[in-house]
Ligand binder design. Structure first.
Ligand code: NAD
Ligand code: UFG
Length: 336
């Protein structure tokens, strides 16, 4: 059985579907701090399969340990964490406590119970202000905010863990910019409050919750002056986790992989593609650069292709179509 921490969230819920469809047994642990049980109902409805859900906080060692006692867990995919960059700057202690202590609890329990296969959700944010693109996994790491620091610290903790005990198999997956939604329109991104990221903000404008899109920075040295990122469909990302699990089944070590498409698209590329494929207008206004933003960040995904046999298959049009399909079917997210 695979334990998915944070399995009610955006990426975790899509990965849960992919795992169930691939024949894995799963259990989900989540404290629902940034998600709702509705996503779990929908995972069951899409797959026609049932699984245990534990409404548990990783900060609660005893409750987390009980999940391991009650199930025969072979490996863990660890999504649970707080992820808002801006919020991490105003609430650093909460971010360090939740993300680091939560991971330490999880790993101590895994060690005690002899479960030594772990797939961890890291982030492209660990490349900081990368000196060149596309970025490869061996490039220097650094961070620019507490959220990013938690990811880099956890990567280092997991590397130390392997040094102490060579029996572990740990995959560090550095996601680029996940967007898109399940093809059914039943699962998608369901951000709390006012969203910060580009695709959720486009969706807010399209739904009339915001007046217009703010384009943060039109004077970058990119093909159209706006920031460039590596957007990846969440369904491709979900498949990347299955590939990483297989790697952990066959090899011991710590393995780091970029999960992106390898192609950089600008803010305007995304806005224009979204408009065109969904036939909607997106009013927009140009604003100065957002502090802390990098100009261009996209992945070299050769390593994942060579070692995991994984590569992203879906393009920007699919991402825009599927994100739109989800919000049209769920204008109030999971609170319909
Ligand atoms: P999400 O917020 O939708 O999912 C995270 C889940 O973890 C939520 O359901 C939340 O309730 C749960 N959670 C948080 N703290 C917990 C705790 N202490 N105990 C139990 N559950 C807890 O986020 P997501 O977009 O699905 O991201 C999943 C992971 O991927 C996160 O670790 C995030 O940092 C990482 N990541 C996300 C992105 C992105 O842009 N979405 C990019 C890079 C990395
Ligand atoms: N952008 C706008 N207007 C908006 C929102 C975003 O122009 O309303 C621009 C940003 O300036 C940037 C691009 O769209 O150029 C992407 O911004 P996002 O906020 O969607 O994504 P980031 O790449 O800045 O950050 C994301 C996650 C982080 C993660 C990082 C890793 O939010 O958690 O990717 O690369 F650390």
């Amino acid at each position: 059985m695979i334990l998915i921490t944070g399995g009610a969230g955006f990426i975790g819920s899509h990965t849960a579907v992919a795992l169930l469809e691939a024949g894995y047994e799963i259990a989900v642990l989540d404290n629902l701090s940034n998600s709702s049980e509705e996503s779990l109902k929908r995972i069951k409805s899409i797959t026609g399969k049932d699984f245990p859900f534990y409404y548990v906080d990783l900060l609660d060692y005893v409750a987390t340990d009980r999940v391991f006692r009650e199930n025969k867990i072979d490996a863990v995919i660890h999504f649970a964490g707080l992820k808002a960059v801006g919020e991490s700057v105003t609430m650093p202690l909460e971010y360090y406590h939740n993300n680091i202590t939560g991971t330490l609890n999880l790993c101590m329990i895994m060690k005690r119970r002899g479960v030594k296969k772990l797939v961890f959700s890291s982030s492209a944010t660990v490349y900081g202000f990368a000196e060149k693109v596309p970025v490869t996994e061996d490039m220097p790491t650094s961070t620019t905010n507490p959220y990013g620091s938690t990811k880099l610290m956890i990567e280092n903790i997991l590397k130390d863990l392997f040094v102490s005990d060579g029996d572990w198999s740990i995959a560090l997956l550095r996601y680029f910019n996940p967007i898109g939604a399940h093809k059914s329109g039943m699962l998608g991104e369901n951000p709390n409050g006012i969203p910060n990221n580009l695709m959720p903000r486009i969706c807010s404008v399209v739904l009339g919750k915001m007046d217009k899109m703010t384009i943060w920075g039109t004077d970058y040295e990119t093909h159209d002056g706006t920031g460039v990122r590596d957007y990846i469909h969440v369904l491709d990302l979900a498949q990347g986790h299955i590939a990483a699990l297989k790697k952990c089944d066959s090899d011991k070590g710590v393995f780091t992989y970029n999960l992106g498409t390898g192609t950089g698209y600008s803010v305007l590329d995304l806005l224009d593609t979204f408009s065109r494929v969904n036939n909607v207008e997106i009013p927009r206004v140009s604003m100065p650069r957002r502090p802390g933003d990098v100009e261009s960040l996209y992945a070299d995904c050769t390593k994942a292709k060579e070692e995991l046999g994984w590569e992203a298959k879906l393009g920007l049009e699919d991402m825009c179509r599927d994100s739109y399909n989800f919000i049209i079917k769920n204008p109030k997210g999971y609170n319909n």
